[in-house]
Design a protein around this ligand. Sequence first.
Ligand code: GN1
Ligand code: MG
Length: 356
Amino acid sequence: MKEAIYHFPTDGKPMDCRQIKSGHIHQTYLITTNSGAKYILQWINQYVFPNVNAIMNNMGAISNFLRQEQKGQMPMIHYLNTNEGKRYYDDGQGGAWRAYRFVDNSICLQRAERPEDFYECARAFGHFQYALNGFPARELEETIVNFHNTVDRYRQLREAMERDEKGRRAQVEPEIRFLLKREERGCMLHRMMEDGTLPTRATHNDTKINNVLLDQNTHKAICVIDLDTVMPGLSVYDFGDAIRFGASTAAEDETDLSKVSLDLGLFRVFVRGFCEACPSLTPGEIEMLPQGAYTMTLECGMRFLTDYLNGDKYFSIEWEKHNLDRAHTQFKLVEDMEAKWDDMRRIVIEEVEKLT
Ligand code: GN1
Ligand code: MG
């Protein structure tokens, strides 16, 4: 049993603890008590999130706003205060822990079992974006500075190349060339955010399908989770990151690249759900949805490659080349998006026309 759970007010005595292997950053445990109550206990990765107060404050501000604006219509996770009245438990050895009551009958999927599952996620993330329309985005603390700033991601890549800490650079020259060739296009959206062509909004920034809880019986969306990276950002990044992960025909770390491509059927379903649920998108944002998918995929591949060069400090890995394998799937997807570009644009136009 993780000792940290005893610092939270649980209903019953904690009896069972099992690790949930889903995210790449925090460590997550499902705790069951002798009264049958279930809790999620999370160890917060402070290498990635050095400012734990900032993530907990952002979360509090967003939850309060949504509770008022949505009049309780939008379920949210509630973190428990510790027995000492703090938002998280500091174990005195560099570890920060938080806990919340497990949402009964909920599941999260690593991939859509049916297109309807992906549609539900699209609606959940679209609605989240729409509900935060009036939220003062700039009041949020940047929990990870320059998180989706691709200009800075290229800078970090170059830094990693120069340091070449693990002597891995020579084996990834083709991957580096792949990225450098696409730098201008990869930085385009960031420039549009800077010059105000696209509005800065409060966005989720980590819109993988497994960050939506679904009802285990009906597969209807219950709520969006993992709000650690809610920060000022672009709506098309939220759209794009969801496509990158959920509309791929294979897992993020698939080693057989012939299995990796963009599923245009799933792409269409997500466009539909996201745009239906988020009527606040401007024509400029809608036009840039495909580019959002492209940028997020390129950026994520770059982040995996950079971490591989740095010696895998950021993303947890299960095998030596795990991050490199992940980078390869992202690059394969980028190429596939280039090939399917006209279709992606056409699908967005067709789906948005149906709405009006
Ligand atoms: C991380 O923790 P998780 O698995 O939800 C990462 C995302 C990446 C994703 C890639 C804070 O998300 O940005 O897109 O892995 N989160 C952070 O799977 O860096
Ligand atoms: Mg997550």
